[in-house]
Write a protein that binds this ligand. Structure first.
Ligand SMILES: O=C(O)CCCC[C@@H]1SC[C@@H]2NC(=O)N[C@@H]21
Length: 246
């Protein structure tokens, strides 16, 4: 199904004052496109949506696969200068989850899960400081599965049978922008309790990519994952975390 691009533009643009809104039929990756533009000096606030990505990217060099029409793939680009960057992807996850459904959980640090199946991935990248100042051009890429997907993924339609990619964009775009603005001012701490209400790892046995095992106990005020290990409580700021089978 093709997007009603003009209608989407007309509905979303008024929600995002100061942003240019673009809905394109195909791109390699919305994140890659905004990074190319930033490197060419174009650092204005943009919402860029691709109906289809030919080379969608995930974290850690992974790819983000989606067929046309079965997912929502977009990036927001804007200059940001928060006093502390830690926890940004968690705050964005809170905004997306709260905008979509009560049953969505947050899997530290970047994923949204339903019943331990991945619904959404978030890829945040930043370009060089804007005009040599404190702001960095920040590209927040979000991929949301909409059509039902085989495990280990899941589609939003399994929670909301009438979900569509354009409707999902309308639901999440403004909350994510408001979150980025709040994060720039206040950092992660206002999002800590909201994250913990949806924490998919809370009180679960986890394994970190460095081999350490323990039990997850929420996040601290900077968004670090707290893991109780044999060596004591660790505040984990960068690692892959997997749930250990019970
Ligand atoms: O799960 C992950 O590792 C993150 C996936 C992020 C995918 C989105 S889709 C829109 C934007 N463009 C990309 O190439 N990636 C992000």
């Amino acid at each position: 199904m093709r997007w009603p691009a003009e209608a989407v533009w007309e509905a979303v643009a008024p929600l995002l004052p100061g942003f240019t809104v673009e809905v394109l039929p195909e791109l390699d990756s919305t994140n890659s496109e905004l990074m190319r533009r930033a490197r060419a000096g174009r650092t204005e606030p943009v919402l860029l949506v691709a109906e289809h990505q030919t080379a969608g990217r995930g974290r850690l060099g992974r790819s983000w696969e989606s067929a046309a029409g079965d997912s929502l793939t977009f990036s927001l680009g804007l200059p940001l200068a928060p006093p502390d960057w830690s926890g940004l992807s968690l705050a964005v996850g809170v905004a997306v989850a709260e905008a979509l459904h009560a049953d969505i959980r947050l899997k530290w640090p970047n994923d949204l899960w339903v019943d331990d199946r991945k619904l959404t991935g978030i890829l945040i990248e930043t370009a060089a400081p804007v005009d040599g100042g404190a702001s960095r051009y920040t590209i927040v890429g979000i991929g949301i599965n909409v059509a039902p997907r085989a495990a280990p993924a899941i589609g939003l339609r399994e929670l909301q049978p009438d979900a569509t990619a354009p409707g999902t964009l309308l639901a999440v775009a403004e909350p994510v922008v408001r979150t980025l603005q709040a994060f720039e001012q206040f950092g992660f701490s206002p999002f800590q309790a909201r994250f913990e209400r949806r924490d998919a790892l809370a009180d679960r046995a986890v394994r970190l990519s460095d081999g350490m095992a323990g039990t997850a106990h929420g996040v601290d005020e900077r968004g670090a994952l707290l893991v109780h290990t044999a060596a004591g409580m660790r505040a984990v700021t960068s690692a892959e975390v997997s749930v250990r089978p019970a």
